[in-house]
Design a protein around this ligand. Structure first.
Ligand code: 5GP
Ligand code: ZN
Length: 133
């Protein structure tokens, strides 16, 4: 059976998809899959990574479906700004903003992106090596 997505067009003329039924992070955003929520803003949700790589490891996602950072950057600057603001709010709420934290957008295969719904990893609470692997 064919899958039909409802596609809307943003004010900037870019196609976006409010929700993709088989997308894990869309399902977390809609409450269909449980997650340990940290913060919420009108268009973003922050929740703990199920397999944390640091004492703080939180994912910040738009509630609507954008597959990767390229799609988000092309679509809506105000959403990107809201997401970055939430990244810092998460760091502040987790008590890691003073000592420092890392923000990672894995984008595409070479970066190891596994979940094709754009997400910022917010990592901190310990010294983080550089360069990353
Ligand atoms: P990526 O490699 O795509 O940048 O990162 C995906 C992240 O999603 C991984 O760090 C992984 O641990 C996390 N993840 C995968 N499945 C789940 C899940 O069901 N719940 C939560 N909270 N995180 C998940
Ligand atoms: Zn999605």
């Amino acid at each position: 059976m064919a899958t039909i997505y409802v596609v809307a067009v943003t004010g900037e003329g870019q196609a976006r998809i409010p929700s993709v039924p088989e997308c894990l992070f869309c399902r977390i955003a809609s409450g269909g899959v449980p997650a340990s929520r940290v913060l919420e803003s009108p268009r973003t949700l922050s929740f703990r990574d199920i397999s944390p790589e640091a004492p703080t490891h939180v994912l910040v996602v738009p509630k609507e479906h954008y597959p990767d950072l390229a799609a988000l950057a092309a679509a809506d600057g105000s959403l990107l700004a809201e997401l970055v603001s939430q990244v810092h709010e998460v760091a502040a709420a987790e008590g890691i903003s003073a000592r420092g934290y890392r923000v990672v957008f894995n984008t595409g295969a070479d970066a190891g992106q596994v979940v094709p719904h754009v997400h910022a990893h917010v990592l901190g609470g310990r010294g983080l090596g550089w360069p990353p692997g």
